[in-house]
Design a protein around this ligand. Structure first.
Ligand code: G4P
Length: 528
């Protein structure tokens, strides 16, 4: 038992979120370097594989080997066993990205110091807030021209609605970047550009050291003293409990590319985060250490091998120890089974594993039985996790098959692809499946849908973009949507589970719906 406890307690499972190009890949790579999981910078190039055009879909598929391996990475550092969940930051922004966050215990948010909070960070952040997970901010690219650090913090606080606490403070930026002041240690760590090698030249100097002004220059010194005074006086207190509940984000300034501030960040981060915590299930709280194996599916990767339409289901282990070959219960399917070919992803390689622990992510071969959100557990201790909410898609199209003889394949194809979670499908109220409304989070998914229906199901489709921007689930139980008073550009639809939704062309129509229907409750998330 002691070893299971030790193994679980040394686990840290987090997601990295950012807007494209903020430096997520670079930072991840530096982490892996410290963990010894890779030896060469430039080894993690998964995201580049996804620079896309439709015609590249097969290319994307071919490259999937890379993007899959880069989607979850495990490595050891300083006695910790770290699982990094990569959220695709590129334009192929899909629901997968959101779901990945459901499997993480905390998140690292990478922000480009010259740009501040950007659109995709904002979206991802919303999901972090849903779960109250700790969020750590790394303000990257301090070796380039950067915005004023106070402005950056203010923007994070205002736009994301979370308090911040700078753990260190930058001295200058760009060519003038001198290093950071570590507020905990009250020391300066000075910066010397070093072409990205593993060790940064860190010189630690006490803030009261009279030589400091010489080292960083009088002007920087004066600014620093003023800044620190302001931070200590007006800034909030550091409160670890708030951090752990996602109410306060510790902020670190640094530069991933030049490897400045990365290791101190990793060290502090690991100390402040917790091992996997208890999760809620239908039977109550499931304890990661004392309860036997349980996990839930948060991602399904289709098409690992086109000829077999095989898929890999990614599971986050929530409790206990997984052992290869053991019999588990697939709760939703009501069947006992052995998970075949359990794999874990170590940086570049996939390897079959013998065992894994709470906090780990495993990928198992899926013959088409799993859906997103499903639970697997030990037959003798049945639990069921709440599932993963369906996130509101942002682009919509009306899709129908060209050849009506292909109806069966069309239904099968769209349903399966929806089950994998790549798209969501909706119908007109009381309508059939001859034509469906497809909703996606990122528009690349439309192209993928078309390509896959043709190639895997031999169905040609016609797609017509729909002018809706927002979708909302109606939360009022038993409410007949036909009785709602809505603006003429609002559409009533249902999902495959028969839940009612509304499609809105703009914010104004949403307001209209609220104003004309007292007590109406709408949600951006569909609870499974
Ligand atoms: P992403 O995964 O968040 O999309 O970003 P990625 O790490 O790929 O970084 C985006 C670009 O920013 C890369 O340059 C990378 O080298 C650069 N970068 C990352 N961190 C820093 C930093 O701390 N300082 C500076 N100056 N640049 C940084 P690129 O030219 O687009 O790609 P590459 O040719 O270097 O691969």
């Amino acid at each position: 038992m002691a070893t299971i406890e030790n193994e679980i307690n040394r686990r840290r499972t987090f997601a990295i979120i950012s807007h494209p190009d903020a430096g997520k890949t670079t930072l991840t790579e530096k982490f892996l370097l410290y963990g010894g999981a890779i030896t060469l910078a430039g080894a993690v190039k998964g995201k580049k594989a996804a620079r896309h055009a439709v015609s590249d879909w097969m290319e994307i598929e071919k490259q999937r080997g890379i993007s899959v391996t880069s989607s979850v990475m495990q490595f050891n550092y300083d006695g910790y066993c770290i699982n990094i969940l990569d959220t695709p930051g590129h334009q192929d922004f899909s629901e997968d990205t959101y779901r990945t966050l459901m499997a993480a215990d905390s998140a690292v948010m990478v922000i480009d110091a010259s740009k501040g909070v950007e659109n995709q960070t904002r979206k991802l952040f919303k999901v972090c807030l849903l779960r109250d997970i700790p969020i750590f901010t790394f303000i990257n690219k301090m070796d380039r021209e950067a915005r004023n650090p106070f402005d950056l913090l203010e923007q994070i606080e205002q736009e994301l609605g979370i308090q911040t606490y700078p753990m260190n403070w930058p001295i200058g930026a760009g060519k003038e970047f001198q290093g950071v002041y570590d507020r905990g240690k009250k020391e300066i760590v000075s910066f010397t550009a070093n072409n990205g090698s593993r060790q940064v030249e860190a010189r630690e100097v006490d803030i009261n050291d009279p030589r400091l002004a010489e080292i960083i220059g009088r002007e920087h010194y004066e600014t620093l003293v003023d800044d620190i005074e302001l931070l200590d006086g007006a800034g909030g207190e550091f409160d670890l409990e708030k951090v752990r509940h996602g109410k306060l984000s510790p902020v670190f300034f640094g530069s991933a590319l030049t490897n400045f501030g990365v290791e101190p960040f990793l060290k502090d981060f690991l100390q402040m985060t917790t091992p996997p915590l208890a999760r809620e299930a239908d039977v109550g709280t499931v304890d990661p250490v004392n309860d036997p194996f349980s996990a839930f599916v948060f991602k399904i990767q289709a098409n690992m091998n086109k000829a077999h339409r095989d898929r890999i289901a990614f599971m986050r282990i929530c409790s206990g120890r997984f052992e290869k070959g053991m019999e588990v219960l697939h709760v939703q399917g009501g069947k006992k089974m052995k998970l075949s070919q359990p794999q874990q992803l170590m940086a570049q390689d996939r390897e079959v594993i013998e065992e894994a622990f709470a906090g780990d992510i495993i990928g198992v071969f899926d013959p088409g039985i799993f859906s997103i959100g499903d639970t697997v557990c030990m037959p003798k201790k049945k639990v069921r996790y709440a599932g993963i909410p369906t996130f509101a898609p942002e682009h919509f199209a009306l899709v129908r098959q060209v050849d009506t003889m292909k109806r069966k394949q069309f239904i099968k194809g769209t349903s399966q692809i929806a089950q994998e979670g790549a798209i969501q499908i909706f119908q007109e109220l009381g309508g059939g499946m001859e034509e469906v409304i497809v909703g996606v989070v990122g528009t690349l998914q439309f192209e993928v849908l078309e390509y896959r229906l043709k190639n895997e199901y031999n169905v040609d489709i016609r797609m017509e973009g729909l002018p809706y921007q927002f979708i909302r689930w109606i939360e009022n139980e038993g409410l007949d949507p036909k009785k709602l008073s809505l603006s003429s550009d609002t559409k009533r639809i249902q999902d495959l589970k028969g839940r009612h939704l509304l499609l809105f062309a703009n914010n104004w129509s949403i307001q209209w719906a609220y104003e004309h229907n007292e007590g109406l409750r709408l949600s951006e998330f569909g609870q499974n």
